[in-house]
Design a protein around this ligand. Structure first.
Ligand code: B12
Ligand code: SF4
Length: 531
């Protein structure tokens, strides 16, 4: 019996930009008694069906975008006699769908760090249950990933999570619903140890795979203080202090390290925080700008974001403090007009964001937008290829529409075309050349240009164009660029790098499920405490 963990993808590039963290965390969560799992990342290469044998256990992760492929892989594995278990955000939201479409024997909902081990041990004991509710575990229960099982040469960036959950409630985002609004912060010592492991094996570019790296804003602190809510103030201050502790430790790591994260725009008012980020080598962050007008921001429940001149200033503050911004904008909001596209690209250029992405409004399950749309559709449901449009991820990709929610004044084609033009304008040669002036030397400048083109090609080309010939060309181009970009991200391994000796207070000592260390999981309590 072997355990397989499969990250499904329709497109295999041979090279991937960022490691799919779940794969290596679930590898760490696999009970030792089951042996090392076989990891397959289909964004590198497709699973080989013959590698799966009767009695094997196959864990498959699905988010909405790869659910269809994931179900295909699951059916294949089940037909070969394996036990099929799904997890990930989409399976969490639609466990029954994974059973019906993906022929799951079981589904793990929520966090898999603990629940996966339980599912595997139960399966080995012949008593697999249908649903394992992983829930939301606390920060000091998050497992460090098994990077020793990764093919280091295949990835440009590694990913390490420092916090889960987000206190905001944007209408297009499911994070606050699935991961919760209470930030769950991982112990900074454990984060730093994992990063040191990665630097040892030659990774210096690391994506901090967090929902929101700035979980406590100055405004949150001010409100708690004004309300004289002392317990809240204490809690928020502790979270904030721990962020600073983490950044202080990151600052001590080798100077060639580069971190990238996701953060709310509010951090732009917190110079102290941005300075700590710069010192910690957090060189850039994805900032959800979403819309440039107050109406647009209101439509997505994000009216705490700035608009107009204040927006440009806020984003420029990041740059002034040495943190580059990847601005993320959404098109297709009901408030968008033809003029919004030009205004958005003008703003992105004026605000001096280093990179930008312009995504089409997509109703992801679990969001306020999705629920509203599903309700609207229930009266007169629309079908494509026999599938209700509100289950668009089940529509074969060749016939799947690119936009699902109708816009009050523009057609999907018009929105797509205008969005494409915005990408073209932001990433045209003169604009990239001008932005590349932020780099210290010619080599870095060329690397920047290369990366800008790669980014544009990988993220704008996929899905937006309907011309399959052009898509194919763009895929080949992206493959070529990705291969060459790998050289930029290469670093010398530093096997000699030592972890600091942590003085861990007993109440926050690292806990790991006992079955991970024990030959026989039944013989001990549920937890062991690591010294
Ligand atoms: C970091 C991140 C990114 C990064 C890096 C992605 C990467 N390659 O790692 C970047 C910025 C590139 C990114 C991009 C996008 N992302 Co993103 N991203 C995230 C984020 C914040 C963290 C993912 C992560 O690594 N978590 C750490 C791992 C350990 O956690 P996990 O994946 O949840 O896995 C745990 C459990 O789910 C479970 N589990 C997972 N798989 C399995 C499998 C089995 C068998 C079992 C038992 C358990 C299990 O156990 C794990 C450990 O507890 C998530 C939000 C979130 N909190 O998940 C969004 C999220 C995954 N992203 C999302 C989206 C929409 C996108 C974009 C499409 C956004 C956009 N419109 O451009 C793009 C996609 C780009 C692309 N072409 O693929 C959505 C997906 C929604 C959905 N329903 O599918 C999420 C959930 C955020 C959201 N709600 O909006 N993303
Ligand atoms: S979009 Fe960002 S700020 Fe809004 S709820 Fe999601 S993670 Fe939080």
């Amino acid at each position: 019996m072997r355990v397989h963990l499969i990250n499904p993808s329709d497109n295999s590039f041979g090279t991937a930009v960022i490691t799919p963290r779940w794969l290596f965390v679930l590898a760490a969560a696999t009970p030792r008694i089951a042996g090392d799992p076989i990891l397959v990342d289909e964004s590198l290469e497709q699973v080989v069906p013959e590698s799966i044998e009767p009695g094997d256990i196959v864990g498959i992760s699905v988010h909405t975008g790869n659910a269809l492929r994931g179900y295909h892989v699951g059916r294949m594995a089940r037909a070969r006699g394996a036990w099929v278990i799904y997890g990930g955000i989409h399976a969490t939201l639609f466990p029954e769908e994974a059973m019906e479409r993906g022929e799951a024997h079981a589904v793990v909902t929520g966090d898999g760090d603990i629940a996966w081990g339980k599912a595997v041990t139960d399966c080995m004991a012949g008593k697999l249950e249908r649903i394992y509710a992983g829930g939301r575990i606390s920060g000091n229960e998050f497992l460090a990933a098994r990077w020793d099982l990764m093919d280091r040469k295949k990835y440009m960036w590694a990913s390490v999570q420092t916090i889960r959950g987000c206190p905001k409630h944007c209408s297009f985002c499911s994070v606050w619903r699935t991961d919760g609004q209470q930030p769950r912060q991982r112990m900074y010592q454990s984060v730093v140890d994992e990063i040191i492991d990665l630097r040892r094996i030659g990774f210096r570019f690391i994506a901090l795979a967090d929902d929101n790296f700035y979980p406590v804003s100055k405004n949150d602190l001010r409100l708690a203080r004004e309300q004289n809510n002392l317990p809240k103030l204490e809690e928020l201050t502790a979270i904030r202090n721990e962020r600073f502790q983490l950044m202080a430790e990151l600052a001590k790591l080798p100077k060639d390290m580069v971190f990238f994260t996701q953060i709310t725009m509010e951090a732009g008012e917190d110079g102290e925080y941005l300075d700590a980020m710069r010192k910690a080598n957090i060189k850039g962050a994805l900032v959800g700008v979403e819309a440039v007008t107050p109406e647009g921001l209101k439509a997505v429940f994000k009216d705490w974001n700035c608009s107009g001149d204040a927006l440009a200033k806020r984003l420029q503050t990041f740059r002034k403090h040495g943190v580059h911004v990847l601005g993320s904008f959404i098109f297709g909001l009901p408030t968008d007009k033809p003029a919004t596209f030009d205004a958005t690209v003008a703003m992105a250029l004026e605000a001096g964001v280093t990179f930008a992405q312009f995504v089409m409004m997509t109703p992801f399950p679990g969001t306020v937008d999705f629920n509203r749309w599903e309700k609207e559709q229930s009266a007169n449901p629309m079908y494509v290829d026999g599938v209700p449009i509100t289950r668009y991820w089940l529509i074969p990709t060749e016939v799947r529409p690119k936009m699902f929610t109708p816009h009050p004044s523009m057609s999907s084609e018009e929105i797509k075309e205008r969005t494409q033009k915005v990408w073209d304008k932001f990433y045209d040669w003169p604009a990239i050349w001008q932005r590349s002036a932020c780099t210290p030397n010619l080599r870095a400048r060329l690397a920047f240009i290369f990366l800008s083109k790669l980014y544009r090609q990988m993220y704008a080309g996929t899905g937006i164009s309907t011309d399959s010939a052009r898509r194919k060309k763009s895929k080949n181009w992206a493959r070529w660029t990705a291969r060459n970009c790998k050289k930029i991200f290469k670093a010398h391994p530093m096997p000699e790098l030592q972890s600091p000796r942590w003085d861990l207070p007993s109440k926050s000592t690292l806990k790991v499920p006992a079955f991970l260390n024990m030959e026989n999981p039944e013989q001990s309590g549920p937890w062991v405490v690591l010294p």
